[in-house]
Ligand binder design. Structure first.
Ligand SMILES: Nc1ncnc2c1ncn2[C@@H]1O[C@H](COP(=O)(O)OP(=O)(O)OP(=O)(O)O)[C@@H](O)[C@H]1O
Length: 609
């Protein structure tokens, strides 16, 4: 039932299309029953050895099967009488073509209406997943495997399309067909129909049992596929190291282990799924056999109730029409169970808890006026406290440098300010306002973040620079590039600012990528800069250009710099030494050197390099 509700939720935007589909399904079923029930009585009368004497009076039409039969027989007989046998046969053939034409046109319209549902649901799912991922807190991404997320967005969504959506046609069509055929059968002979109805629930139990186990297996299968894609993705991104360390065999083994486990699971899964069709057919043929036996006896007994051979054949023809929709409905049921496992995996992402929440009563800051304060802040990754009580005041216009041994908590501090993570205790305040009270977008508008690694997207240089201001004019982009010392090298490219940077910007050098990400921050023009200095050394010329660009970017701004090379921060207003999540020293360069503590040690160490 829960699964059913989940599917209905996917469909809620497509009510008119579904209504259209159901409407044409009903029409198509009516045409199909009409075409089937008319053939046998008409041909029986047409080929009757004697000429038919028309009854003197027109039989009453009532909703009783014998009366209906009598009425139809009368109509057919009078038709044959009026037009003669040959002419009647021609008309009947034309009638058959028309009715089949109508049946197929209406069937086409059922599919016509289902097409936008089918494609739309998949588009909606991808869209809402992508949107959700864009706003989820960064901590989510350290806990989840990237490949698994990609697998949910691609293969699980495809699975929803292939299993659930492709089964929709059947879900809306088959029950209508089955109910209509069954009603016709009940109408024709209810006793005989009871035989069919007794056997149907038995089949239902069988089918639902297999369906359930299929869902479990499918869930495992999809999460294994997530692992497969994760390893694949890791191999791609670590290709240089894999080849440099000759680790191909090892990496392949790692991949094969997961890939083969996935393979084994899927073989089991498909074997179960393939059971649907033969199982239903066997069950239906048993029902058919019982039906023929019992119905045959009825025909032998007497044709007293109008239960003639031709009538019985029509009955069987209608029953045989149930087999196909029953089979495809049970197949659809199996497939849907498999697809529900994917819906659940997708829902896990869609319903993932947003740990970074928007404020209930937001306070809007027009601008950054005075200071940013850390008030006794603490932070834990899980149970591991990595920031243990930090107090710090950054006044507007100051340049603060964070230094210290690796793992001291510098990057963590930088992540707390734009609320990539929230503090576990204490508070961070801008001009006295807790940052949790400021709408996220407004808060993040205050900061420019330049990371160690330059993150570029597979797009043109101009669009990469425009990331936060898509509306910026070409002139503004050029100006930002000039300040970031990037204008000259960009203009030297054949396509200039329209040059595509390749995946993650891999068509550019390290220094070029850094200058483009600096240009991006220049264009955003934030009052507060968070800068994680690159550790990877560039050559001297490139280093000078990047450093010069950074200095220009920092002019007239407040900045928090995570410094790895102490030479670049000697003029900082305050140098904060972080060790084990606490501030161990704080002051200006000269003061800290005189003190002879950790900073001096770090400085001496780097001077020898
Ligand atoms: N996503 C994470 N999950 C769990 N622990 C983490 C995570 N990121 C960092 N840590 C831990 O938090 C501590 C502080 O890490 P952080 O990256 O802030 O240090 P850092 O001073 O910036 O180090 P470095 O100079 O090497 O970049 C480390 O002990 C690290 O192991």
């Amino acid at each position: 039932m829960k699964s059913f509700v989940q599917i209905l939720k996917l469909l809620k935007n497509y009510k008119p299309q579904i209504a259209g589909n159901v409407f044409f399904n009903i029409l198509s079923t009516i045409f199909s029953i009409f075409s089937l029930t008319a053939v046998a009585p008409f041909l029986t009368i047409l080929f009757a050895p004697d000429d038919i004497a028309l009854p003197a009076t027109v039989p009453e039409f009532s909703l009783d099967s014998t009366d209906v039969l009598g009425f139809m027989n009368y109509q057919f007989a009078s038709f044959i009488h009026t037009y003669g046998k040959e002419q009647a046969l021609i008309y009947f053939c034309i009638f058959i073509v028309i009715i089949f034409f109508l049946k197929n046109i209406t069937s086409y319209f059922t599919l016509y209406f289902i097409a936008p549902v089918r494609v739309g649901v998949v588009r909606d799912l991808r869209e809402s997943m992508h949107r959700k991922l864009l706003f989820l807190h960064l901590g989510y991404y350290s806990d989840e495997r990237k490949g698994d997320l990609i697998s949910r967005a691609t293969s699980d969504v495809n699975e929803v399309e292939n299993s659930i959506i492709s089964s929709l046609e059947m879900v809306f069509r088959d029950p209508i067909l089955i109910i209509a055929y069954l009603s016709t059968m009940i109408f024709m002979n209810w006793k005989l129909t009871i035989f069919v109805l007794v056997l149907l629930p038995l089949s239902g139990i069988f089918i639902s049992k297999i369906g359930k186990s299929l869902k479990g297996a499918s869930n495992q299968g999809q999460s294994k596929l997530g692992e497969v894609l994760s390893v694949f993705e890791e191999s791609l991104s670590g290709m240089r190291i894999i080849q440099a360390f000759n680790a191909q065999d090892n990496t392949q083994k790692r991949f094969d282990t997961t890939n083969n486990a996935y393979h084994r699971l899927m073989v089991k899964l498909y074997r179960k799924q393939y059971l649907a069709s033969p199982l239903t057919e066997i069950l239906s043929s048993i029902t058919l056999a019982v039906l023929i036996y019992y119905g045959g006896l009825l025909v032998f007994e007497a044709s007293k109730e109008g239960f003639t051979g031709a009538f019985f054949v029509t009955f069987i023809v209608i029953f045989s029409q149930i087999i196909a929709p029953a089979k495809s409905f049970s197949q659809a049921y199996f497939k849907i169970q498999k697809g529900i496992a994917s819906v659940e995996r997708i829902n896990k992402v869609l319903h993932a808890e947003e740990l970074i929440r928007e404020p209930k009563n937001p306070i809007h800051l027009k601008e950054f006026k005075d200071d940013l304060r850390f008030e006794n802040i603490r932070f834990k990754y899980g149970n591991n406290e990595v920031i243990s009580g930090i107090n710090l005041n950054i006044k507007k216009g100051e340049k603060i440098a964070l230094v210290g041994p690796s793992g001291g908590g510098k990057s963590t501090i930088a992540n707390l300010v734009p609320r990539f993570y929230d503090v576990s205790a204490g508070r961070i305040a801008i001009d006295g306002v807790d940052i949790k009270e400021i709408p996220l977008k407004e808060l993040r508008d205050l900061f420019g973040v330049v990371t160690q690694e330059s993150i570029l997207f597979n797009d043109t240089i101009a669009n990469n620079i425009r990331l936060s201001r898509p509306e910026a004019t070409d002139a503004q982009v050029y100006e930002a590039a000039k300040i970031a010392n990037a204008y000259d090298f960009i203009s030297a490219f054949e396509l200039g600012f329209e040059t595509n940077v390749g995946d993650s910007g891999n068509k550019l050098s390290g220094g070029q990528k850094q200058r483009i990400s600096i240009a991006r921050a220049v264009l955003k023009n934030p009052p507060f800069l968070i800068l994680d200095e690159a550790t990877s050394a560039l050559d001297t010329e490139s280093e000078r250009l990047v450093q010069d660009a950074i200095n220009k970017l920092m002019e007239n701004r407040t900045s928090l710099v995570i410094a790895h090379r102490l030479s670049t921060i000697q003029h900082a207003d305050k140098i904060v030494v972080l060790e084990g999540g606490k501030i161990s020293e704080m002051g200006r360069h000269e003061e800290l050197l005189q003190r002879g503590g950790t900073y001096k040690k770090l400085f001496d160490l780097q001077s020898f390099q």
